[in-house]
Design a protein around this ligand. Structure first.
Ligand code: GDP
Length: 176
């Protein structure tokens, strides 16, 4: 049958180098690429994910917007946030500065995005966690709770661990 497909605009936010492009490439293409910047670059990529929990034909089509380097500027164009149903705020678990930057981006979302936006906090580069962790899971959870985020998780674009779960949790939050 025709899939019962819900569309959602998803914006990715986070410091340069935290792995935003790598996460998108891992999700959309199922691989890790050092050349992710080249692959993603411009406006957005789309990918559908089936959600069997919501029926045999239920699916969510993500329109994923990457900042393509614009996060260097203090603020992004309102066009970037407009109509976004979900935001994935990424930091690098080996970088406390990137976690501070995540706080900044959440404030930006609270100022400029729809009040109904579902925000997911993602600590990327989990594969480096055993040796180079610099942001604790407890701090991340506390931050997510204080700001009413839909979810908090850790992932690795390199190994693939937890990446599909990011998008799955965004999809589930759309039905809440
Ligand atoms: P962006 O600027 O946020 O889009 O970050 P990129 O996707 O360009 O990634 C920045 C750097 O971090 C690149 O050298 C990636 O190869 C690396 N990287 C991204 N994700 C991971 C990860 O999960 N683990 C490790 N070890 N490196 C990663």
């Amino acid at each position: 049958g025709v899939p019962r497909e819900t569309r959602v605009k998803l914006v990715l936010l986070g410091d340069t180098g935290v792995g935003k492009s790598a996460i998108v490439v891992r999700f959309v293409q199922g691989e890790f690429s050092e050349e992710s910047k080249v692959t993603v670059g411009a406006a957005f990529l789309a990918k559908s994910l089936r959600i069997p929990e919501h029926g045999p034909d239920a699916a969510v089509k993500f329109e994923i917007w990457d900042t393509a380097g614009q996060e260097r500027y203090a603020s992004l164009a309102p066009l970037y946030y407009r109509g976004a149903g979900a935001a994935v705020v990424v930091y690098d678990i080996t970088s406390p500065a990137s976690f501070e930057k995540a706080r900044f981006w959440v404030k930006e979302l609270q100022k400029h995005a729809s009040p109904n936006i579902n925000i997911v906090l993602v600590g990327n580069k989990k594969d480096l966690g055993d040796t180079r962790r610099a942001v604790s899971r407890e701090d991340a959870r506390a931050f997510a709770n204080e700001n009413g985020m839909a979810m908090e998780c850790e992932a690795s674009a390199l190994s693939g661990e937890g990446v599909v779960e990011i998008f799955k949790s965004v999809a589930m939050s759309l039905w809440r």
